[in-house]
Design a protein around this ligand. Structure first.
Ligand SMILES: Nc1ncnc2c1ncn2[C@@H]1O[C@H](COP(=O)(O)OP(=O)(O)OP(=O)(O)O)[C@@H](O)[C@H]1O
Ligand SMILES: [Mg+2]
Length: 316
């Protein structure tokens, strides 16, 4: 049977500031996109490996049971460190994430794959070789090999990168490989610090023809609260940034942490809660800005009346 080659939308979730919900956003957007029928690859570029641990929560416990180890799976995994050395090994690095979304059912693959990170990435060898112009394009070349060597089953609609909170060589080579950057920000007077430097990097990548089509989807506020301070900062930032500001916000809510800790994205764990709706609104706005969803269109399948896993997990 002939297969159609998809061209995935590649999004890097990035802010130089730490702790602004980059990882939480990747984890929950991946869940929402997959639940609405897309195939998603999450690539963890942060040696802290937080999104790897959340997405592979069930895989890791299964691995530990099978091999009698504790937390060894990520240590043995192939990561971007291996891929930077040998781009063709990208296909061996992909793991199917399993989620358990209902009590007493087996964890199942639901459309999200992961290339995990581990602590070996703290010690990445230099990527950029001044004598080799192509060295900064190593991640872009590796991503092309996913499409070439994998069959239709593995063709992704979206590739999401979870980046560490600094603009190092790995981050820059990822920004050279993606279509879009999405910037979460916390609501404080430092929230835009570093944004100018990011824009300079984007302009450099565009003007040097390393990635002429790179664009910033926008900045959005996370951990928002309905207090006068937050609201006035929100209004000031919206005015200052114009179209770069995404009006959807993510409220502060304890379920953000709970979902990551129990390895079940919010759209399954707390499908009707306010924070889940915030992430659905954000994802839809992101897709509109990427030309993947019409103005009045919505993502399908985001409510599931059979979903009863929430109470079980929350009582653990
Ligand atoms: N909407 C939210 N409400 C409450 N807590 C949140 C929310 N979003 C994220 N958090 C919590 O804030 C902390 C930081 O989030 P996260 O790890 O996603 O940030 P990050 O930007 O990826 O951090 P780093 O820069 O270290 O990679 C985590 O403990 C997370 O559970
Ligand atoms: Mg993170």
């Amino acid at each position: 049977m002939a297969t159609t080659k998809k061209n995935p939308v590649k999004i890097a979730v990035f802010n130089q500031k730490g702790g602004v919900a980059k990882t939480t956003t990747v984890f929950n957007m991946a869940g929402i996109l997959a639940k609405s029928g897309a195939k998603v690859l999450v690539i963890d570029a942060d040696p802290q490996a937080n999104v790897s641990s959340s997405l592979l929560f069930e895989n890791i416990s299964e691995y530990d049971r099978k091999y009698g180890t504790s937390g060894q799976m990520l240590k043995n995994a192939k990561t971007l460190r291996d891929i930077a050395e040998r781009p063709s090994c990208i296909n061996d690095a992909i793991i199917k994430a399993k989620f358990m979304i209902q009590d007493k059912t087996k964890p199942k693959w639901r459309g999200v794959d992961v290339i995990p990170a581990n602590s070996m990435m703290f010690d990445m060898p230099p990527l950029e070789d001044p004598d080799d112009e192509e060295s900064g394009m190593v991640i872009a070349h590796a991503l092309e090999q996913i499409r070439r060597t994998r069959g239709h089953m593995y063709e992704y609609d979206y590739i999401l990168f979870d980046l560490p909170p600094h603009l190092g060589e790995l981050t820059i080579s990822i920004l050279a490989a993606v279509n879009y950057i999405l910037v979460p920000a916390s609501v404080d007077s430092y929230s835009l610090a570093g944004f100018g430097e990011l824009m300079n990097t984007v302009n450099f990548l565009v003007s040097s023809k390393r990635n002429p089509d790179l664009s910033v989807i926008g900045i959005f506020f996370t951990m928002m609260q309905a207090t006068p301070y937050y609201i006035s900062l929100y209004n000031e930032t919206m005015e200052a940034l114009g179209d770069t500001f995404i009006q959807s916000t993510i409220r502060q809510n304890v379920y953000a942490k709970k979902a990551s800790e129990c390895g079940c994205p919010l759209c399954w764990l707390k499908r009707n809660s306010g924070i889940t709706k915030d992430y659905i609104n954000l994802t839809e706005e992101v897709l509109r800005r990427c030309g993947k969803l019409g103005e009045d269109e919505h993502l399908p399948n985001l409510t599931d009346p059979k979903d009863n896993y929430t109470n079980y997990l929350l009582s653990r």
